[in-house]
Design a binder for this molecule. Structure first.
Ligand SMILES: NC(=O)c1ccc[n+]([C@@H]2O[C@H](COP(=O)([O-])OP(=O)(O)OC[C@H]3O[C@@H](n4cnc5c(N)ncnc54)[C@H](OP(=O)(O)O)[C@@H]3O)[C@@H](O)[C@H]2O)c1
Length: 265
């Protein structure tokens, strides 16, 4: 087995030349940093999120640096509106080469106090929104025999993390969904990448006091683009968090429960 294979490179995935991309959750954090990085690489980027003013600020930065971007205000919790917006961007840009389902929400809540209201948003954005985003272009990419689908899952996908029941489950769903796509789409010309970041310093984690091995959104964006260009089926970063996640995934339940149960409510 070659070193590249061990690192996750999948020779069955085609190297898609990326000229156009769509990123959800492009108004802040990882999505904004990723959109700016893609634009710096000459890619025309369609920016999707709810806050139009924030999207316009990202687009203006991209254009000031000589890049091209369009703004698509949409709430991905509305799947019909999401499919329509993604397909409109696909039509306007002459076919999207890359679609990144990055929009996500989630905050900590001890499961003993969990209400449906705490979970509803998480499922609507992280599960329904991500699925609608990817499915909007899936048959189109297959018909064109070119494209790359990316989902920003999380290190939280590896196990059910305390205080993050709905969030962990939503990211496990996305990881499993992407895995099935990756297998199904072999030989179709469409590549799939599941991105599982550890802690990234963004608005989402601004209240989090202890974040081991935290990285910046710009660093996360660099790693995501590297994984896409290397045709990796899955990437978890940074390395110490990836190692920890794999270890955590292999722990027997009694040990995992005891270790995680020590956390404060
Ligand atoms: N930060 C971390 O440590 C970390 C770790 C692992 C995975 N992730 C994942 O990385 C992704 C990006 O998160 P981030 O850290 O960059 O957080 P962030 O700065 O809070 O960004 C979240 C983005 O999602 C968008 N969004 C939220 N709800 C939306 C909705 N209903 N419709 C459309 N867009 C919506 C937000 O835009 P609007 O508010 O303008 O709609 C924003 O652009 C998420 O999927 C998150 O789960 C983050």
């Amino acid at each position: 087995m070659s070193r590249r294979r061990v690192l996750g490179y999948d020779p069955a995935m085609p190297a898609v030349e990326i000229r156009t991309a769509l990123v959800t959750g492009a108004s802040s954090g990882i999505g904004a940093a990723l959109s700016k990085l893609l634009a710096r690489q000459g890619i025309t980027v369609a920016l999707v999120a709810r806050r139009e003013d924030a999207l316009r600020t990202v687009a203006a930065e991209i254009e000031a640096a000589g890049g091209a971007a369009s703004v698509h205000p949409v709430d991905v919790a509305d799947p019909e509106a999401t499919v329509a917006a993604v397909q409109a961007a696909d039509d306007a840009l002459g076919g999207l080469d890359l679609v990144v389902a990055n929009a996500g929400v989630g905050k900590g809540q001890w499961s003993g106090k969990l209400t449906w209201a705490d979970c509803a948003d998480v499922l609507a954005v992280n599960v329904t929104g991500a699925t609608a985003t990817l499915c909007a272009v899936l048959p189109r990419m297959v018909a064109r025999r070119r494209g790359h689908l990316v989902g920003v899952s999380s290190i939280a996908a590896y196990r059910g993390l305390p205080k993050f029941a709905a969030y962990s489950a939503s990211k496990a769903y996305l990881g499993t969904f992407l895995e099935a796509l990756r297998v199904d789409l072999r030989g179709t010309g469409v590549s799939v990448t599941d991105v599982r970041p550890g802690y990234v310093r963004t608005a989402m984690t601004s209240d989090n006091e202890s974040m081991a091995f935290a990285i910046t959104a710009e660093d996360a964006a660099e790693r995501i683009v590297k994984a896409i260009r290397a045709r990796r089926g899955q990437v978890t970063f940074p390395l110490p968090m990836a190692a920890g996640a794999h270890l955590m995934a292999s722990l027997p339940n009694p040990l995992f429960d005891r270790m995680m149960g020590r956390r404060k409510r």
